[in-house]
Write a protein of this length. Structure first.
Length: 380
């Protein structure tokens, strides 16, 4: 019987309040540190005003921020909800939108309540890392999970909207569309996704001319096509380069990764098993990060949520426990002050140690998918 003194920790209402309060504290703290500590927020905010002024969204504006805007024009319009507010309010609301979206996405996953609580507590440190950078990664992860949730409920329109929103918020958010392979109603899902993509594409035209939007999208895709790997990225590519001195074109590695991701899909008779579908969701979430040549530390909330769902909904052998502990130490704790700066600079970053646990877990998940024996197979 659980100790009543700590039973409140397994209460979702308490956890919601914890997420809310922690997010507000983090946001205020970063605001008080000054603009250099919330550069991503300023990039997102100014993208809306640049769009309204007819400026190139993808040019560098060093007087406003030090990096480029790399999201869609639709995202710039969406961010107007936060940009029109004073920074300290907009920053709090933006982080709350990300953190609480992930909270509700996990809450809606069809697993037992306590497992949801364990998942939400486990990912909290990694979520804080993402929110400290004012990134959209938690929202991206949420939308991929929402695709799964709505497909489970046969709500194809909401699943399609989630796919389209994921694409326009962060390009690889469209990975939720990979779930198309394992669900019935493929035509409905495809048409709903296509309709949502077209509708969201047209949203900026409510504010600027169609010609200006076409030019913006052209500039966006040109920027993406020339976007090189970040020097501090944590991915399969960086592991191959930093550990083994192997430098292969990222496109070939990603193509190989897609093939490996899709291999378990030959087990079509297992698609009706909810456990198989949940495993494939976890695989997608992790794959989208470890095969992303731009994956930074703050991106890893997407992979960590996939790893957490896998662990807390699976049988826990010594191997699974070892992998999740390794993930918590190297991935979740390494960006925090619990790790000395010298260890981060001399080992964690140069050897891409943050990525390694996720890679190991993804390989384990792929093995589980390939050897999966669900209800239908066990009956034969």
């Amino acid at each position: 019987m659980p100790d009543r003194r700590i039973s409140f920790l397994s209460n979702l209402t308490f956890l919601f309040c914890a997420y809310f309060i922690i997010t507000v504290i983090i946001s205020i703290h970063r605001y008080m540190l000054g603009p250099s500590h919330y550069g991503n927020y300023l990039i997102f905010k100014n993208s809306f005003f640049h769009l309204m002024a007819g400026k190139d969204l993808y040019a560098l504006y060093p007087d406003l921020h030090i990096d480029l805007f790399k999201y869609s024009p639709t995202f710039a319009v969406f961010f107007s909800l936060f940009a029109i507010m004073p920074d300290y309010i907009g920053m709090i609301l933006w982080n709350l939108f990300n953190g609480l979206a992930l909270f509700f996405a996990v809450k809606m996953i069809p697993v037992e309540g306590n497992k949801k609580v364990y998942i939400l507590w486990f990912i909290l440190i990694e979520l804080i890392t993402s929110m400290q950078n004012y990134q959209s990664n938690a929202l991206t992860a949420s939308l991929i999970i929402f695709v799964f949730v709505f497909l489970e409920r046969k709500n194809f329109w909401m699943a399609g909207i989630s796919v389209a929103a994921g694409f326009y918020i962060k390009l690889f958010g469209i990975l939720g569309a990979f779930l198309w392979f394992i669900y019935p109603g493929k035509i409905k899902f495809f048409l709903s996704s296509l309709s949502a993509v077209i509708a969201l594409f047209a949203v900026p035209m409510l504010f600027v001319s169609p010609e200006a939007i076409i030019d913006s999208y052209t500039s966006w895709f040109n920027l993406i096509s020339m976007d090189s790997s970040h020097e501090l990225n944590h991915s399969v590519m960086s592991i191959m380069s930093n550990w083994f001195g192997v430098n292969i074109n990222k496109t070939w590695i990603q193509v190989a990764g897609i093939i490996l991701l899709w291999i378990p899909l030959w087990k079509r008779n297992q698609f009706q098993d909810e456990k198989f579908r949940l495993l494939f969701l976890c695989s997608i979430l992790i794959w989208g990060v470890i095969f992303n040549h731009k994956a930074e530390s703050a991106t890893y909330i997407i992979a960590v949520i996939g790893c957490a769902i896998w662990f807390f909904t699976s049988e826990k052998s010594t191997l699974e426990k070892s992998l999740i502990i390794l993930l918590f130490i190297l991935t979740c704790l390494s960006p925090t002050d619990l790790f000395p700066k010298t260890i981060r600079e001399n080992y964690i970053v140069p050897y891409s140690l943050k990525a390694i646990p996720s890679v190991f877990i993804w390989i384990k998940i792929q093995y589980e998918l390939l050897t999966f024996r669900g209800i239908t197979e066990k009956m034969n």
